[in-house]
Design a protein around this ligand. Structure first.
Ligand code: CMC
Length: 426
């Protein structure tokens, strides 16, 4: 609600810009009145720009606070299942018992994928990165559900959200199985969401009774919850921007997966493990830190655009990390190296002065490695989990009128030139 105005004077003209307050966080200055001012606003990296109003997730980077639908992330991660959190992201609140049973049942019903989708997998090389496969096959889902792709139809939107959340673990596990040359394992609907994913990843026809233990299943589910949503980050903004054209949701989520893949975003969990490989052993940490300080490399899994104190997801993740390592009795030099790196970075003035703390990807990479998930699947797991957040934002956007996203630019290229025929060009 606008209760006061900011004033901006440009070229002697004064503009009244409404200040709008949300329920939490910084108010925003509505700059729509600049439309006729002859100026655009300029904010590379969207450092101070809020392109949307949203009710889904709130982050206070200074306090290290993350709320989904008003609930603190640690309470959700420690008490709720991922699918309950997904329900809250979509519907506005956690489900009651009846809503939970209904939602879980709907998800269970849609875990399978069309058998013809296998052929898409076969079109990829065996050594394709699973994220490359995911970008392709999730986008390809739009070719299988023509009849439910009217984005103006609420029922179509709802069934698509269910399908996406239900099928992501199946597709993710298929992308892994394909890379291993192993047969795909069909979903087991008697398992819970995390258990089913682990089953499809690790069971084989020769070991059909594969069952994981509760600590691992719970850790997997927490990893899903901790990655479920993170307000207007790069991939979510990509999903919204793609969605703003009226594109179908499978295509929008595929765009989100592509945006997530980069090492500055979801690709960081994989990059953490690659970095540990590069460092090799604890003795090499000081030399590596020198390279970080001279800006030759970044310390992957550290730092965040929004969190400048601590990442509340990383705190829960660290506890889970300790539980998993203790439960599995793992004694892996790579994990020791990670812990040494964390200790040094937390004490080193370079990191302390810049408020650089371990982020969610630092610990999730370590847990996933301990569980036996191959590094190339780390970002796929992030994408699987973030699908509930992406689709919630897509649904929120479609629940009210919206405009196509169309940023402006500061043009610094050549000014008007006369065309010269190729033979006369120097
Ligand atoms: N290692 C070394 N220095 C760093 C790092 C890092 N990981 N992150 C930031 N810095 C330095 C940076 O060089 C700059 O120093 P100076 O002011 O002296 O030039 C200062 O800290 C501020 O950094 P920035 O680049 O302005 O920060 P940003 O908000 O633009 O970038 C970031 C945020 C996440 C892209 C960055 O911290 C980074 O690249 N981290 C490593 C990748 C990573 O772990 N990404 C996962 C983020 S969490 C998962 C998710 O939500 O996507």
């Amino acid at each position: 609600m606008a209760d006061t105005n900011a004033k901006l004077t440009v070229n002697g003209e004064e503009y009244e810009l409404p200040i709008i307050k949300g329920t939490l966080g910084r108010p925003v200055i509505d700059i729509a009145a600049l439309q006729d001012s002859g100026f655009w606003s300029y904010d590379p990296g969207f450092k101070v720009t809020a392109p949307v109003e949203s009710k889904i997730t709130y982050i206070d980077g200074g306090k290290g606070e993350l709320l989904h639908r008003g609930y603190p992330i640690d309470q959700l991660a420690n008490n709720a299942e991922y699918l309950e959190v997904a329900y809250a992201l979509i519907h506005g609140d956690l489900p009651n018992a009846e809503q939970k049973a209904d939602f879980f049942e709907k998800i269970r019903k849609h875990t399978g994928v069309h058998d013809q989708l296998r052929k898409f997998f076969e079109g990829f090389r065996r050594d394709a990165h699973p994220m490359a496969i995911m970008v392709g096959v999730v986008g390809a889902l739009s070719a299988f559900y023509h009849e439910d792709l009217d984005v103006s139809n609420e029922d179509h939107r709802e069934i698509t959200a269910i399908r996406l959340i239900a099928k992501m673990p199946t597709l993710a596990a298929m992308s892994y199985k394909y890379s291993q040359g192993e047969p795909f394992m069909y979903p087991r609907n008697d398992f819970n969401y995390a258990e089913n994913f682990l089953y499809m990843m690790f069971a084989t026809p020769a070991d059909i009774d594969y069952k994981t233990n509760d600590v691992i299943t719970r850790a997997m589910d927490k990893i899903f919850t901790l990655h479920a949503d993170h307000e207007q980050n790069a991939s979510t903004s990509t999903v919204r921007l793609a969605g703003s054209t009226g594109a179908n949701p499978y295509a929008c989520i595929a765009a989100g997966i592509a945006a997530l893949w980069g090492p500055s975003h979801g690709g960081a969990n994989e990059a953490v493990l690659e970095m540990l490989d590069e460092i090799g052993s604890v003795e090499n940490v000081p030399a590596f830190m020198e390279k970080v300080k001279s800006r030759e490399v970044k310390l992957m899994g550290f730092g965040h655009r929004v969190y400048k104190n601590f990442d509340p997801r990383a705190q829960v993740m660290k506890e889970t990390c300790d539980e998993v390592l203790a439960a599995l009795g793992i004694n892996d030099p790579k994990l020791e190296l990670a812990m040494a790196l964390e200790k040094i970075a937390l004490e080193d003035p370079f990191f302390v002065e810049r408020n650089l703390y371990p982020n969610v990807d630092f610990y999730s990479g370590i847990i996933l490695k301990a569980i036996g998930i191959p590094t190339s699947m780390f970002t796929v797991i992030f994408a699987l989990a973030r699908t509930s957040g992406w689709i919630s934002h897509w649904l929120e956007m479609h629940s009210a009128p919206f405009k196509i996203g169309r940023p402006r630019q500061l043009y610094t290229g050549e000014t008007h030139r006369d065309f010269v025929k190729v033979e006369n060009r120097k």
